[in-house]
Design a protein around this ligand. Structure first.
Ligand code: ADP
Length: 644
């Protein structure tokens, strides 16, 4: 039965990405081989793991391996593996589309900076290694047969918008990728990838540690020799075919002489990132349980780090054999950016997911790894502030989630960085903040909000600025979560400047202001009752404050209320609406004149307009939307008409 090949179009994003890859990556074209070998090695791992459960999948004693062969005349290069293979549907979804979260953003970024280096980094984050074959090939074909299936699929493309698919046959399970190579071009970085020396060197350089043999088929002509070992006079040659294993297969974490380059290549292999790691951490633990770990902090965040669906985990080996590709139990979620491996001598090879989750040793390993990573970060923070900032930028927000981990909360608090009113450009630790606290200051003050530029003009800060008290700006979404878990640091309470009453200055100062506000508040009692009635939908109380120096009004929460940002987030999920407290500045002319007007005529209809305007003022000043902008504008326009 022959089925005609069907032509399919690449998804628009895939097509554009392909074009960019081929045209903007001008360095290191040889990495295509690393990517294809990496895919083959992953497929072999999957095969081995699946065969543990379904022994019928593996042919008796057939070793799992990667084979490379070339045809210098036809200028083709093929990479074969007897791994898990792909079904027809898998070929379409894995090779015809890029269905990763964040692809849109990648395309946008690539448009902005199409120079080679940053394109390499960006593409690396998305794990689209297979397409790198088009950097060196005019046509790529894949013949693949999924383990357990009878038919195979042939995929072929010239990388220009279309690919063909057809059913075909393949003797064994696995995948063959064949490249029609572009002419070697030393200036363009394309070497002769049919040359055994070029291939040996490239494999050694990028894929030496791959745990399956990478075997090159070497074909050479040899002059025939006589019995004495002398070349025969007629100069006859014969063809000799040899298998040459190109990689040492030695797990990198068992070797003592590993170079930085080798670590970097291993990192790229397991992470599918194209950039070097920021830091390599290698530990060996002995004692109750013996295991080795090799961990990496990447130099940039993977594209889906902050998506709920982001996958993470470490590779788990048992006595050098990979048993799980992504073991989440080995890392807390807030360290999900860490890549690496754990090799344990004490676990059973066929450990189940269930058992992993409950396993006491796995738990211990996770805690130990967590501590080691946090200690490494502490050291980096102390000794190399510049590098720590480079770490903090992509990963700080993930690390902040760790304040919910009771075991390591203190350590994590020490690692956090915040922007603050003290310094517009640099970030501060909590410790440095505490050291700068004024002698009479008892609490650590913070404000939450959407961005630095919104919060730094907030009226809530006025009294703190006047007192020269520093306020932390908690302006990333995860900070709202953070303040639900962190109440104090070094015995100093954390306090939102937008909640509750403010107690500034020493005790006698505080008493003086409270007494003064109390007396004044009495005089404002009636006008406040009116304001409260007018704004009943939004306001639960009206009171005087010492929080403001130049603004007339601000809105605050009670001590246990949500912040406006958190409330907005919760409301998106159908949460309740909270009423706020309106605070007025008794030293502001608007406030004193409002009282005078009320005292002259408590039934003055304009008073309700002023109430509306005060509410709008308070909301806009803190960066919140106003409930009825049309009505707000109307009131403002009426007021202007009257006064102009
Ligand atoms: P990545 O490997 O980073 O996920 P690729 O573009 O290199 O991205 O590959 C996409 C997917 O195609 C892989 O995740 C894998 O599922 C599948 N794939 C690629 N090569 C092979 C192979 N040799 N055998 C089986 N599946 C493969």
């Amino acid at each position: 039965m022959t089925v005609e090949a069907q032509t399919h179009a690449f998804q628009a994003d895939t097509k554009r990405l392909l074009h960019l890859m081929v045209h903007s990556l001008y360095t290191d074209k040889e990495i295509f081989l690393r990517e294809l070998i990496s895919n083959a090695s992953d497929a072999l791992d999957k095969m081995r793991i699946e065969a543990l459960r379904q022994p019928e999948l593996s042919k008796d004693g057939e070793p799992l391996e990667i084979r490379i062969d070339t045809d210098p005349q036809a200028r083709t290069l093929s990479i074969h593996d007897n791994g898990i293979g792909m079904s027809r549907d898998e070929v379409v979804s894995h090779i015809g589309t890029i269905a990763k979260s964040g692809t849109r953003e990648l395309m946008e970024k690539l448009k902005d900076n199409s120079d080679g280096d940053s394109a390499t980094e960006l593409i690396g984050q998305f794990g689209v290694g297979f397409y790198s074959a088009f950097m060196v090939a005019s046509k790529v074909s894949v013949i693949t047969r999924r383990a357990g299936e009878d038919t195979a699929t042939r995929w072929e493309s010239t990388g220009e918008g279309e690919y063909t698919l057809e059913d075909t046959q393949r003797d064994a399970y696995g995948t063959t990728v064949t490249l029609d190579l572009l002419p070697a071009d030393s200036e363009g970085g394309i070497e002769d990838f049919t040359d055994q020396w070029v291939l040996s060197r490239t494999v050694k350089r990028y894929s030496d540690f791959v745990t399956f043999p990478i075997i090159l088929k070497v074909v050479r002509e040899e002059v025939e020799k006589d019995e004495q070992g002398q070349p025969k006079p007629e100069g006859k040659t014969s063809t000799v075919v040899e298998d040459k294993t190109l990689n040492s297969m030695k797990p990198i974490w068992t070797r003592s002489d590993v170079t930085d380059e080798e670590y970097a290549e291993f990192y790229k292999h397991i992470s599918h990132d194209w950039s070097d790691p920021m830091k390599t951490l290698r530990f060996h633990a002995e004692g109750q349980i013996e295991y080795q770990t090799l961990l990496f902090i990447p130099s940039q965040a993977q594209s889906d780090l902050h998506y709920h669906s982001s996958e993470f985990g470490l590779q788990l080996y048992v006595r050098r054999v990979l048993i799980m590709e992504r073991c989440e139990e080995l890392l807390p979620r807030y360290l999900r950016f860490i890549k690496g491996i754990v090799d344990s001598a004490d676990l059973p090879l066929n450990i189940s997911r269930q058992r992993l989750q409950e396993d006491r040793y796995i738990n211990q390993i996770r805690k130990w790894i967590t501590r080691k990573v946090l200690e490494t970060l502490e050291k980096m923070q102390r000794n190399d502030a510049e590098q720590y900032l480079k770490f903090w930028e992509p990963f700080g927000n993930a690390l902040k989630e760790g304040v919910a981990d009771a075991d390591y909360k203190e350590k994590i608090l020490g690692l956090l960085l915040f922007s603050s009113s003290q310094d517009p450009t640099n970030l501060t630790t909590l410790e440095a903040y505490v050291q700068r606290m004024k002698p009479d200051q008892k609490e650590i003050f913070y404000i939450t909000g959407e961005s630095r530029s919104v919060v730094e003009h907030s009226p809530h800060l006025e009294a703190f600025k006047a007192k020269d008290y520093e306020v932390l700006y908690l302006v990333s979404p995860v900070d709202e979560f953070l303040v639900q878990y962190v109440f104090e640091f070094q015995d100093k309470q954390l306090k939102s400047v937008g909640k509750g009453a403010v107690d500034l200055g020493d005790e006698s100062e505080q008493k003086e202001t409270t007494d003064k506000l109390h007396t004044l508040q009495e005089q404002y009692k009636d006008v406040f009752a009116l304001l409260k009635e007018q704004l009943d939908d939004h306001i639960k109380d009206v009171r005087l404050t010492n929080r403001l120096t130049s603004s007339p009004v601000c809105l605050v929460g009670a001590e246990n209320d949500y912040s406006p940002q958190l409330e907005r987030l919760l409301q998106k999920g159908g949460g309740p609406k909270q009423k706020r407290i309106m605070e007025l500045n008794p030293d502001h002319a608007i406030v004193t004149k409002l009282k005078e007007r009320f005292e002259k005529d408590p039934t003055d209809t304009l008073l309700s307009d002023y109430a509306e305007l005060l509410l709008g003022y308070g909301l806009l000043a803190e960066g919140s939307p106003i409930p009825n902008p049309v009505r707000y504008n109307q009131v403002l326009a009426d007021l202007m008409t009257r006064t102009l």
